[in-house]
Design a protein around this ligand. Structure first.
Ligand code: S3P
Length: 429
């Protein structure tokens, strides 16, 4: 598929973005392992979360779809998953693959898991190695570095482990394995990654002790079913924040956006660039804060994005790079080598594609240097099969002269199937 975008001024309107991807995945995982029925509203019905849903159905969990966004997950209890008769397909989802590895390691099942071409290249040793230290029996390509992985559920033992990278997927995988293990699991991460799992553990009645970036969980705690209302995904909202900031005389309101502090690095970075995004109607539902965001077109200035800020905006770096092409000065992004092992090598993909549009962008091993403002020109660009690259290029197309054709745009359905429709609605006002 190909998405065609033309230059646009004046984006106007009030929108909502679909449910948070991280929280939607977790609502099924926690709901599945809880006792009795978890009710989920605001669920993200996009390919990644559907992959999670299908995996858990194959593991014997009944999931009722009351509507696109509303589910009832019939929990089977902490160790109640049943052996799947099929190979589990995690599609494009790193979150599903990594967290499910931890969950399966402590169940009484044998399971084999694989995914699409992108997932088959993504590093899994980061979860397989610590799980083996807990006693997990896991086999996989490259000694357990890549899927397909075969997991034979075993009796796990708690460990003390320092995560080599700040990663919510690794942290969650090991916290879930810790919940299934005997004794205490103590994890430390180098800087704080998103804390949706910690918040959901609390919502489902489990105890977790948190001391800075150090987490202690005791195995064997039963989860109690909960009501999960998923807020809008700030990572999806970010595309429209940047669109409204850079496309002429725009004014956009985005309602019900998740503003968990471990996810709002994009607001901090845009604020440093002069965006002045307003937050109103801030409230907490299902242990997650949300707010209404107000964005108007602004002159942007360059900034530096590095260090502890990186995990708080890791998924927004592609769209921030687009913002940087329109900002005055030189923006530097560093300490972001994790981008090379996301759905695509996002540093290489962004540099290659934004250069085609005339951007002044230089690739670093762990980031990018982008100077602006640069008038972009419409071009034929490619998503590299990566949803966030596709949407970032589409937003760049809004300020480019002529027409921008984003090839392989079907990747957008991984996280935001209605992206094109919402964008069209803002342009047509
Ligand atoms: C996610 C964690 C992040 C993020 C990904 C979703 C999660 O990855 O990039 O899109 O839901 O836990 P890391 O685990 O590498 O931080």
């Amino acid at each position: 598929m190909e998405l065609t975008v033309k230059k646009a001024h004046n984006l106007k309107g009030t929108i909502q973005v679909p449910g948070d991807k991280s929280i939607s995945h977790r609502s099924i995982m926690f709901g599945a392992l809880a006792e009795s029925v978890t009710h989920v509203t605001g669920f993200l019905a996009a390919d990644d979360c559907i992959s999670t849903m299908h995996c858990f159905e194959a593991l014997g969990v009944e999931i009722e779809r009351l509507s696109e966004t509303e589910l009832k997950v019939h929990g089977v209890g902490l160790k109640g998953l049943t052996e799947p008769s099929v190979i589990l397909d995690t599609g494009n989802s790193g979150t599903t693959t990594r967290i499910l590895t931890g969950i399966l390691a402590g169940q009484n099942v044998f399971a084999v898991m694989t995914g699409d071409a992108s997932i088959r290249k993504r590093p899994m040793a980061r979860v397989v190695e610590p799980l083996r230290l807990m006693g997990a029996q896991i086999w996989g390509r490259g000694g357990g570095t890549y899927v397909p992985l075969a997991i034979n559920g075993a009796a796990l033992k708690g460990i003390t482990y320092d995560l080599p990278v700040a990663s919510a997927q690794i942290k969650t995988c090991l916290l879930m394995a810790g919940l299934l293990a005997e004794g205490e699991t103590i994890l430390t991460e180098p800087s704080k990654s998103r804390d949706h799992t910690e918040r959901m553990l609390e919502l489902f009645g489990a105890r977790l002790s948190i001391d800075g970036n150090r987490y202690t969980i005791t195995g064997g705690q039963q989860l109690k079913a909960a009501q999960v209302d998923v807020p809008g995904d700030i990572s999806s909202a970010a595309f429209f924040m940047v669109a409204a900031l850079i496309a002429g005389d725009s004014s956009v309101i985005i309602e019900n956006v998740g503003v968990n502090p471990t996810r709002t690095g994009v607001l901090d970075a845009l604020d440093a660039m002069g965006a002045g995004i307003s937050l109103s109607d801030v409230r907490d539902i299902s242990n997650e804060p949300r707010a209404t965001l107000g964005i108007t077109g602004k002159t942007l200035y360059a900034t530096t994005i590095q260090g502890d800020l990186i995990p708080r905006l890791i998924d927004e770096i592609p769209i921030l790079a687009v913002a940087a092409t329109q900002a005055h000065g030189t923006t530097t992004i560093r300490d972001a080598s994790e981008l090379r092992v996301k759905e695509s090598d996002r540093i290489a993909a962004l540099t290659q594609e934004l250069l085609k549009m005339g951007a002044d962008i230089e690739e670093l091993e762990d980031g990018m240097i982008i100077s602006g403002p640069t008038p972009l020109k419409g071009a034929r660009v490619n998503s590299h099969g990566d949803h966030r690259i596709a949407m970032s290029l589409a937003v760049a197309g809004l300020v480019a002269d002529g027409e921008t054709n984003v090839e392989d745009s079907e990747a957008i359905a991984i996280s935001y199937p209605e992206f094109e429709r919402t964008l069209a609605a803002l342009i047509d006002r």
